[in-house]
Design a protein around this ligand. Structure first.
Ligand code: S3P
Length: 435
């Protein structure tokens, strides 16, 4: 599925982007393992999170959908999951697969986790190794690739683990296995990552100690049902933050966006570039800080992205590449090698696409140098990566002529109805004419 994104005039109006993907995955998982019935409001109706819900249905958990973006989960308790009748398909979702690997390692039954072509190329050794150190038995394809075959009935023991890469998914996999382990499980991280697993375990009543850089829990407790309100996904808001910043005359309000400090590195980076973004009516919602974000057009200039911000904006680099392409001067990104093992190699995909549109980009193994300039129209390949596809839509809006974007179907993994919302705000994006 290809899209065309054409130059547009200003963005206007109020936008409610869909629920947070990271929180939606975890809400289903913890509610499923809790005792009692939990309601999830603001659930992301994306393919990734629906795949996680479908997996728990296959594991014997009754999940109702009273209306869109709502789920009622009838938890079965920590030991109440049933053996599935075949492989569990995580779709495109690294979060789904890595967190489930930890959770399923603690079950009495065997299971297999599979995924789509992109997920089947993503590194799983980073979870297999710590889980094996806890006593889990997990086999993969050569090179640590999915599918993962997880043996049940393992006797897990807690570990003290220092993350070799900044990854909330790995941290969460270890903590989830820790629920089933004897003794204490601790995870230490040199670069703190999103702490949704820690916060949500606490909200579901599991005793856990955590602070930036460290989380510790012991096995053998219970999760108690609780209701979860999912804030709007900052990563989905990011495309509109960048588009409204770049298009003259724009003025947009993004409603109730989750502003967990481990997610908002792009806000800091855009402000360093000169963006005009205000947080209005900051409040707490379901244990997370949320605010309405008011964005006005501003003249952006290039920056050296502070390396300390990288883990806090790891999903927002495709959007930042586009902001940098349109900014005055040069933007340097370093310390972001993780971008090469996301849903695509995001450094390569964004560099190639922007070059097609006339922007000079020098690639480095762990980042890029982007020389801001005037974007022209053309054809770019998103490589099936949802965030690259949406970022190229933003590029089309500020280009001199329409941009054709190849392979956009996976936008539905994280942002169903992106095009509807985008059009409502004034963007000109539509299915491309067949060739
Ligand atoms: C996520 C963690 C990040 C992020 C992903 C969601 C999570 O991945 O890129 O989109 O929900 O824990 P890593 O843990 O691989 O950095």
């Amino acid at each position: 599925m290809d899209w065309t994104s054409s130059p547009a005039s200003a963005l206007h109006g109020e936008l409610a982007v869909p629920g947070d993907k990271s929180i939606s995955h975890r809400a289903i998982m913890f509610a499923a393992l809790a005792e009692g019935t939990s309601r999830v409001d603001g659930f992301l109706e994306g393919e990734d999170t629906r795949a996680t819900a479908a997996i728990f249905a296959r594991l014997g958990v009754r999940i109702e959908t009273p209306s869109a973006s709502r789920r009622v989960v009838h938890g079965v308790g920590l030991h109440g999951l049933a053996a599935p009748d075949g492989a569990l398909d995580c779709g495109n979702a690294g979060t789904g697969m890595r967190l489930l690997a930890g959770l399923l390692a603690g079950q009495r039954f065997d299971s297999v986790l599979s995924g789509d072509a992109s997920l089947s190329k993503r590194p799983m050794r980073r979870v297999i190794e710590p889980l094996a150190a806890m006593g889990a038995r997990i086999e993969s394809e050569p090179g640590g690739l999915p599918p993962l075959r997880i043996r049940g009935g393992s006797d897990l023991r807690g570990i003290d683990y220092e993350l070799p890469v900044a990854s909330a998914q790995v941290k969460s996999a270890v903590l989830l296995a820790g629920l089933y382990a004897h003794g204490e499980t601790a995870v230490r991280e040199a670069h703190p990552t999103r702490d949704y697993t820690e916060r949500m375990l606490a909200a579901f009543g599991w005793p856990i100690r955590f602070e930036p850089g460290r989380a510790q829990l012991s096995g053998g407790h219970r999760l108690r049902a609780t209701d979860v309100v999912v804030p709007a996904d900052f990563s989905s808001a990011a495309f509109f933050l960048v588009a409204a910043s770049l298009v003259p005359g724009s003025h947009v309000l993004l409603r109730a966006v989750g502003l967990n400090p481990r997610r908002t590195g792009l806000l800091d980076a855009l402000r360093l570039m000169g963006a005009d973004i205000r947080e209005l009516d900051a409040r707490e919602q379901g244990g997370e800080r949320v605010a309405d974000l008011e964005v006005r057009h501003a003249n952006l200039h290039g920056i050296e992205v502070p390396v300390a911000l990288v883990p806090d904006m790891i999903d927002e680099f495709p959007a930042l590449f586009v902001a940098a392409a349109a900014a005055k001067g040069t933007t340097t990104i370093r310390g972001a090698a993780e971008l090469r093992v996301k849903e695509s190699d995001r450094i390569a995909v964004m560099a190639r696409g922007l070059r097609e549109l006339g922007i000079a980009v020098d690639e480095a193994p762990d980042g890029a140098v982007i020389h801001g300039g005037r974007l022209r129209g053309g054809e770019v390949d998103s490589a099936g990566d949802h965030r690259c596809a949406m970022s190229f839509v933003v590029a089309g809006v500020i280009a001199a002529a329409p941009v054709r974007i190849l392979d956009c179907a996976n936008v539905a993994t994280s942002f169903p109805d992106f095009t509807g919302l985008a059009r409502g705000s004034g963007l000109d994006v539509a299915p491309a004419a067949p060739r």
